[in-house]
Design a protein around this ligand. Structure first.
Ligand code: NAI
Length: 465
């Protein structure tokens, strides 16, 4: 196969797309990837997971220096140099996005810069910034174009004062008062960043609780911890409008009352929607659902033969690791292998401090489904390693089937919850039980002992409580 003929062409070089391309290339396919942005890596690497984690790390260190070092006997006058903090974040992004370019080269994947536009079965055009058009032909085409922030019609983004997560990663100064609309992952993470750096932060959330579909008890523990850090929550509250005359104000309704919140920035983080603009779906008769997502079957196939879609642009949680796994599975299916994603064990994490990490079902979901379960929980306060580290907040909660003890859900609020959840995911993947965790030796002293103690607590036999 030569020229612009490929076995696989992937549109979008985010975690779903670039991983699908790598796996396709590994399996012997001549692969092309099309990306409209100047760098590879998509939202996650450029303006999402990675820069936000860089800022979460830096701001947490600053917060510790301000609030906790003294307790450890470390004294000094620590000041914020926001420019350097933002530059470090940009450096991390640059390293990782160029790492993806290197991976493309290593796997002999051809990168096309421009907007990918479908041109009928097996054909995709690349529209370059200079107006040039290159036509690619491919046996298989994967759409992995991701998602974009949802804009509220009564609070349109202006890139300056009313912003999405993209701009909230780059404020040139710490806002005096940041109003965040939406207490989901983005609102809580970026709200935490700017709170730690010195802003007043008010989070306005429509629902009566934070953290969306997370286990309610875990979300409550997180909310308390964040409130103790100074974040202010207005729950069951709705943004009505943003007024700018005589100073920026978010007008919010709560319990029938109107509140005017003077502020200098508003971050709107009320979810993301599938990004399909300019792809040319309509002429091909491709359906999208109410949320604008492309409909696919269990093998990621759209209504058009040879055309597939994965990641944020299809059903399921909008998470980088979900997209990556779909990328691998889709490429394997195209190569005639048994690619598969276990949607029941996809972990989700909110990278605040403490972190909230979950896998499987919440207590509320089990109750709604009428599934009988047992529950055990254990606080980090009673864990030696957490104590030594000065970590007091959080707990592990384990939900196991009442009949055979199968692990149904694990919810961790606490230090490094994002790492601790991996054990639960592995046990679930193997169809394991809470007893399996309870009988597994965990190193002492580690935070992971809290997971084991919660597993012991399922059967009423926690040792250190
Ligand atoms: P989200 O869907 O997680 O949360 C949005 C929140 O806004 C919800 O709690 C919703 O009730 C609330 N809301 C919606 N309209 C509102 C209104 N008019 N007024 C007040 N509250 C309102 O969305 P988010 O945080 O924007 O994240 C977008 C996507 O990106 C999600 O799918 C999320 O999972 C993903 N993401 C994941 C991260 C992670 O895994 N750590 C980090 C950042 C984003």
């Amino acid at each position: 196969m030569t020229g612009n003929h490929f076995d696989l062409a992937v549109i979008g070089a985010g975690p779903g797309g670039y991983v699908a391309a790598i796996r396709g290339a590994q399996l012997g396919m001549r692969t092309a990837i099309i990306e409209k942005s100047a760098t590879l890596g998509g939202t996650c690497l450029n303006i999402g997971c990675i820069p936000s984690k860089a800022l979460l790390q830096s701001s947490e260190l600053y917060h510790q220096a301000q609030k906790q070092f003294k307790r450890h006997g470390i004294v000094g006058d620590f000041k914020l140099d926001l420019k350097t903090m933002l530059r470090r974040k940009d450096g991390v992004v640059k390293q990782l996005t160029s790492g993806i370019a290197h991976l493309m080269k290593k796997n002999k994947i051809e990168v096309f810069a421009g907007l990918g536009q479908l041109r009928g079965e097996g054909k995709v055009a690349v529209l370059g910034a200079d107006g040039a058009e290159t036509l690619l032909e491919a046996r298989h085409i994967i759409i992995a174009t991701g998602s974009e922030p949802i804009e509220l019609p009564f609070a349109p983004f202006d890139g300056e004062r009313v912003v999405s997560s993209t701009e909230a990663l780059n404020f040139a100064e710490v806002p005096e008062h940041l109003v965040v609309i939406g207490a989901g992952a983005i609102g809580l993470e970026l709200g935490s960043v700017w709170k730690r750096l010195g802003a007043r932060v008010t989070v306005v959330e429509m629902l009566p609780h934070i953290a969306g579909t997370a286990d309610r008890a875990a979300a409550e523990v997180l909310q308390k911890a964040l409130q103790a850090q100074g974040l202010k929550f207005m729950l069951e509250a709705r943004l009505l409008s943003i007024e700018s005359e005589g100073g920026l104000r978010a007008v919010v309704e709560q319990a029938g009352e109107r509140h005017q919140l003077p502020c200098d920035r508003v971050l709107v983080a009320v979810g993301r929607r599938a990004h399909t603009a300019g792809l040319g779906l309509e002429p091909l008769g491709i359906q999208t659902d109410r949320a604008g997502r492309i409909e696919v079957d269990a093998h990621f196939q759209t209504a058009v033969p040879g055309l597939y879609a994965l990641g944020d642009v299809i059903r399921g949680p909008m998470l980088a690791h979900k997209a990556e796994d779909e990328g691998v599975a889709c490429a394997e299916l195209l190569a005639g292998k048994a690619g598969h994603v276990n949607y029941d064990t996809i972990p989700s994490v909110i990278y605040t401090w403490p972190e909230l990490a979950s896998a499987g079902q919440s207590e509320e979901q089990l109750l709604a489904a009428g599934i009988a379960f047992k529950s055990g929980s254990f606080p980090f306060m009673a864990n030696g390693r957490a104590k030594a580290a000065g970590e007091r907040d959080g707990m592990v909660k384990i939900l196991a089937a009442a009949d055979d003890d199968r692990l149904l859900g694990v919810h961790i609020v606490g230090p490094t919850a994002s790492e601790l959840i991996a054990e639960a995911v592995t046990v679930m993947e193997f169809g394991g039980s809470s007893e399996d965790i309870a009988r597994t030796v965990h190193a002492h002293p580690t935070l992971s002992e809290t997971v084991r103690e919660a597993a012991l607590a399922v059967d009423g036999r926690a040792l250190h409580m």
